[in-house]
Design a protein around this ligand. Structure first.
Ligand code: FKS
Ligand code: ZN
Length: 381
């Protein structure tokens, strides 16, 4: 497809028979294939997942994780003409099963129809869990009761499961896989523009607005495509507990996360600095928790630490869990990054020099989420 606004430099033969760069002329030319600097895979079905309410301080409040977030990022990408935007390609079920358990996937795929089968009136509102197996309970027996299974496969009451959750989340996984495939084929960088987000979802649980772990799919796909060591850098405000758990005992996937201190910040029960990996994965997990109010000058010091560790690990590819809820104006988070800081962040990530898959995660200041996310991407384009 010829994009008239594509600003990739191309090489034209000048009359003096020297190669020079020039703008893309509006005619059909046979051009040598040049990898685009930044290609985006956007989720065509993301808006099918549209939760109504999340539980907050004893009340149901409107969801923060709304379709407009992704729409804003797409609009800003197109406004700045930052590379090509495509829909993802389909992938076999095996790609999903490389990260999530079969019984969890079966549950997610069939949950909505089971919810409505309990009572057709349920179709009017989302399903939220309300009971969980905590310490001492059994997780190996899958209950027949639907509410019990919602609890078995989740960890909070902030992540409504809706009629379109499965289709949206699966298409999101395909965005992450397509972006990883693009990078595996030699692209410098690719962006998975999708929601619901993924980094809180574990092998067999949802929570924190996340159902399928998109960053984990990307990292695993890069591994399957021959990159022996892959690093995941999670810059979302919230600790990526799902991603950490999935790779915690893996020596081949390094996980580094910059986030609000879990002593005060969601997801509370994981993300401390002393979590360094387990077994063969000992030393391949790095958590850098920071206090509320952290500004870019301090945040970027932690980024230095994470990037140095990724370099020492010898990563051959990078996956970035790109949440921009570190923004000062974010309604549910506590850091104080400014929109310009995301330009500097993008420059730093680009300077790592690794083939990079960026995966969209959080960011709830809807009016700023497009500018902030695309500021990061611009450095790669
Ligand atoms: C605020 C309560 C906080 C959950 C916060 C979830 C954060 C999700 C995220 C993701 F990237 F996954 F989207 N509730 N009223 O930003 O980490
Ligand atoms: Zn977040």
């Amino acid at each position: 497809m010829l994009d008239l606004f594509d600003r990739r430099p191309i090489f034209l033969k000048s009359p003096k028979n020297r190669w020079r760069t020039g703008p893309l002329p509006p005619c059909k030319l046979v051009l040598p294939f040049i990898h685009p600097a930044m290609i985006t895979f956007c989720n065509p079905h993301h808006a099918l997942h549209q939760g109504q309410f999340e539980m907050f301080r004893g009340a149901l409040v409107p969801c923060h994780e709304v379709p407009a977030r992704a729409d804003q990022v797409l609009a800003e990408l197109q406004r700045r003409r930052l590379g090509e935007v495509r829909h993802p390609q389909p992938f076999a079920a095996a790609a999903l099963e490389s990260i999530h358990s079969p019984r969890y996937l079966r549950f997610l795929e069939t949950a909505w129809s089971q919810w409505v089968a309990i009572d057709p009136a349920n179709a009017a509102h989302d399903a939220l869990p309300s009971v969980w197996p905590t310490r001492g309970f059994r997780a190996d027996v899958e209950p027949d009761n639907f509410a019990a299974r919602m609890g078995l496969y989740s960890f909070d009451a902030g992540s409504p499961l809706t009629s379109g959750t499965w289709v949206a989340a699966r298409a999101g996984a395909e965005c992450a896989l397509s972006a990883a495939e693009q990078v595996a084929q030699g692209a410098r960088a690719a962006f998975a523009l999708t929601r619901p987000p993924g980094h809180h979802a574990g092998a067999d649980f949802f929570g924190g607005y996340c159902f399928l772990n998109n960053a984990a799919f990307a990292a695993q796909h890069l591994r399957n495509s021959g990159r022996e060591r892959v690093a995941i850098l999670d810059v979302d405000y919230h600790h990526g507990n799902g991603t950490q758990a999935i790779f915690y005992d893996r020596p081949d996937v390094f996980f580094a996360s910059l986030h609000g201190d879990p002593r005060t910040e969601y997801p509370f029960f994981l993300g401390h600095a002393d979590e360094t990996g387990h077994g063969a994965g000992q030393g391949t997990n790095l958590n850098l928790p920071m206090p509320r109010g952290t500004v870019y000058a301090d945040w970027s010091g932690a980024l230095d630490v994470a990037l140095a560790a990724i370099r020492r690990f010898g990563a051959q590819a990078l996956v970035v869990s790109l949440g921009v809820d570190t923004f000062v104006g974010d309604p549910i988070s506590g850091f104080a990054l400014r929109s310009d800081d995301y330009l500097r962040m993008g420059e730093r990530l680009e300077a790592v020099g690794l083939p990079t898959v960026l995966v969209f995660e959080g960011g709830y200041a809807v009016d700023a989420v497009g500018v902030n996310a695309v500021n990061v991407l611009q450095a790669f384009a």
